[in-house]
Each structure stands twice: as structure tokens, then as C-alpha cells.
Write a protein that binds this ligand. Structure first.
Ligand code: OOG
Ligand code: NI
Length: 400
């Protein structure tokens, strides 16, 4: 069989089709795309920057995460990094990884990535034994993906692509799995979970998963924030991540517009279905800078712990890429300070901040012990895929 459609083309089509789906579901996303494209055009962004997106999805169990891993492998997207958002200042009961291309040429062809979170049901600070058992029972009975879709994904991943006809069917079926469901939501169950955490309700209170957000990349996020606000769009209070500085952009800066009320259907305890709304999906935008080395990252964390990171920045970072490279603080292709290695991953504090800023209430925790053993190693074992260490990938990119 000839592989007329390699995985990277499948990934590009998947990203584009998800973007169309999300635009149809969340009209404000189109406005965000319009404004970010406008800003990028004025600043002479490359094609890669303007088509670049990341998505976010949330699943309930290791089994569901394993299926996601198998599905995304068919698009050449592999798990990178482990994020424990339970540790954040405002804890969220999930552990996460990001599925993305890992080789420089694959990133160049299409860098689509999906931040994927799994509900941490074995953490007793969030879930009592009784609630955990009920959540897990419901999750065990639902099916996010048709088994045939996952079988097809495994075949495509093993073969590195597929023929034209199967490509079309496969991408369409994969995209459909992330559409917002029209199934009525069990109101009592959803409300009970919401009292623990709005994220728990969004994950386990419904029968399917969906795209939570799809994020374009913009060259000047401060300018984008101003223009969205000028157009009357309610943005969250802050830009997450590094402050604006006059020096090199590092890591990742993100902001979002607030989650909007979307129509959903609910079923009450008597089986009566009625219309209602939920606020869970929002529009995020981001700008990406150079990837930091472990030493650079330590300095970043130290700067962020100060009262005013923007004012303290110059105490932690030099003002030019030349000095950053010389001090071993960031990665550059072939060590050339004119060629920064772009940060391709996420920031746990920002991720928790993004979750948090779009929820009406914080998670309710009890004092008990955690009792779970989530780790990168644990997750890799559960999903049967190696989870890449982001620093290994940046080292490799810098040596080429
Ligand atoms: C994920 C939040 C994290 C990011 O860009 O840091 C995230 C979620 O809301 O499911 O997407
Ligand atoms: Ni995001």
C-alpha cells in the first residue's frame, strides 16, 4: 500500500478541522483568530506562527488517556512532560501531559500540540472513597472513542501514514470525537461534582470529552490583549507567565477571554429534560519565546517569586540572546544566538492559572493525605508510551 498521506499531513488536517469545529461551536474564537492574524501580519509573522495552535482536552481515567495517546500517535504527536496541577497555588485535581511532535523537522511541518489532563480520582484530598468509586464506575461505562477508531490509529501509527481515502475518514472520525455532545447532562450528578471541582464536573459529569480551548500563537500578546479589550471582549485579569520585558522573550506567555455561557441540555432527577447553560469553554492566546535550560528555568522561577517580576527581571536575566547563550540560560540551534530554540511546552503555574481564572469556584479540598502515586513514570506505565523529557528534546534541537 502506498502511504500517500504521512502522519504530519494527517496532523495538519486534524488541526485545521478542529479549528473549524471549534469556530462553529465558539463564535468568539473566530474573533480571536481575526485579531491575532491581524497582529501577526503587521509584525511579519511566518506562516508557521499564524497556523500554529494548541488544544486542551480533559479525560477521566488512565484507560481514556491511553486511548488518547494511541489516537494522537497516528498524528505524530507523543507525550512530552508531566504536569501536576494539584501542586499549584490554586490546585486543580488533574495530572497532565502534552502530546506534540518531537523532532525539529516535524515541528516545522506542523507543530500542533494538545495539553491533555486526566482527573486525579485517587487523590483523597479531592475525592472521598465513596465519590471516587461512583466517579470511576461511571467512567468505566462510557466510551470516548469508537474501538474501530483506536484500532485504525494504531495501524496508521505503525505504518507512518495511510492512503487518501482512509485519511479522510480517519481525520473526520477523530475530530467528531471532540465535538460538544448534545446529550442531556444529569443535573444532580453534575452539581455534586461541581461542589468538589468545576473541572471534575466538566470531565466526569458528561458522557464525552470535548475541546476545551484552541489557542492561536501571536507575536505580540500585549497588543492582542489591548485590541481584544478595545473590542469589548472580557479578558482575564492578567497575562500568565513571564512579564513583558525589553529583553529576549522566554518560555510562554498566555491570556484568555472569559468562559462564555453555552447552551446545554440537562436532565433532572425526575427525568425531565430542559435547556440551561454552562460556562466552561474559553478562548486562549499565547506567545512563545526561547526554551530555557534547567539553570535558566531556576532563574525564571526565582524571578517569578519576587513581588514584582517585571522589576526584578534584570537581576535574573541578561538583556540579549548573546548573553543568554553565553551564560547557558537558553537553547540555541547550533549554539547560534541568532537561532533561538522555541519553547514548545507549557508552564504548570500558568496552566493552573488558566484553569482557575475561568472557574467560578476553587476546588474544595479536605485535609487528608493525598494517598495517590501519580508521577511521570506512573503515567507512562498506564498509557504504554514513553513520556519524553522536554529538556532532552531541547538538547537535541540545540545540537542540530
Ligand atoms: C488546560 C489548561 C492549561 C495551557 O495552555 O496552559 C492550558 C485546560 O483548561 O484543560 O491549556
Ligand atoms: Ni491552553
Amino acid at each position: 500500500m502506498s502511504l500517500t498521506v504521512p502522519t504530519w499531513r494527517l496532523r495538519a488536517r486534524f488541526a485545521a478541522a478542529l479549528s473549524r469545529l471549534y469556530a462553529a461551536e465558539v463564535p468568539l474564537y473566530s474573533k480571536l483568530l481575526e485579531v491575532s492574524t491581524e497582529v501577526n501580519r503587521e509584525l511579519g509573522a511566518t506562516e508557521r506562527v499564524t497556523t500554529e495552535r494548541h488544544g486542551a482536552i480533559r479525560v477521566g481515567s488512565p484507560r481514556e488517556l491511553e486511548e488518547v495517546a494511541d489516537l494522537f500517535a497516528a498524528f505524530g504527536m507523543y507525550p512530552v512532560g508531566f504536569y501536576d496541577l494539584r501542586d499549584a497555588e490554586s490546585p486543580v485535581p488533574v495530572v497532565s501531559t502534552a502530546f506534540r511532535p518531537i523532532d525539529a523537522d516535524e515541528l516545522e511541518r506542523n507543530p500542533f500540540r494538545v495539553f491533555t489532563s486526566m482527573l486525579a480520582t485517587s487523590d483523597q484530598r479531592f475525592f472521598s472513597p465513596d465519590l471516587r468509586a461512583r466517579v470511576e464506575r461511571r467512567l468505566a461505562h462510557r466510551q470516548l472513542f469508537e474501538p474501530a477508531l483506536i484500532d485504525e490509529a494504531r495501524r496508521i501509527a505503525a505504518e507512518g501514514g495511510t492512503d487518501r481515502e482512509s485519511a479522510q475518514r480517519f481525520v473526520a472520525a477523530a475530530v467528531a470525537a471532540f465535538a460538544l455532545s448534545r446529550e442531556p447532562i444529569d443535573r444532580g450528578w453534575y452539581d455534586e461534582l461541581s461542589r468538589v471541582s468545576a473541572v471534575a464536573a466538566d470531565i466526569a459529569g458528561v458522557a464525552t470529552t470535548h475541546i476545551n480551548h484552541l489557542t492561536p500563537r501571536v507575536l505580540d500578546i500585549d497588543e492582542l490583549y489591548r485590541r481584544m479589550s478595545q473590542r469589548g471582549v472580557a479578558m482575564i485579569d492578567a497575562i500568565q507567565g513571564p512579564p513583558r520585558t525589553s529583553g529576549p522573550d522566554v518560555l510562554l506567555r498566555q491570556t484568555s477571554f472569559r468562559a462564555l455561557a453555552e447552551p446545554r441540555r440537562f436532565r433532572d432527577d425526575n427525568g425531565v429534560v430542559s435547556d440551561g447553560t454552562l460556562r466552561v469553554r474559553f478562548g486562549e492566546v499565547e506567545s512563545r519565546g526561547v526554551a530555557l535550560t534547567p539553570e535558566g528555568r531556576r532563574r525564571y522561577e526565582a524571578a517569578m517569586r519576587t513581588v514584582d517580576p517585571a522589576a526584578a527581571w534584570a537581576d535574573h536575566f541578561p538583556a540579549t540572546h548573546e548573553e543568554m547563550a553565553a551564560a547557558g540560560l537558553a537553547y540555541y540551534h547550533g549554539g547560534d544566538p541568532a537561532k533561538p530554540v522555541v519553547y514548545e511546552d507549557f508552564l504548570p503555574a500558568s496552566a493552573a492559572g488558566i484553569f482557575r481564572s475561568n472557574l467560578d469556584t476553587d476546588a474544595q479540598t479536605s485535609d487528608g493525605a493525598d494517598g495517590s502515586d501519580y508521577s511521570m513514570h506512573w503515567m507512562a506505565g498506564q498509557i504504554g508510551h514513553h513520556i519524553h523529557d522536554p529538556y532532552d528534546l531541547y538538547e537535541k534541537a540545540a545540537s542540530s
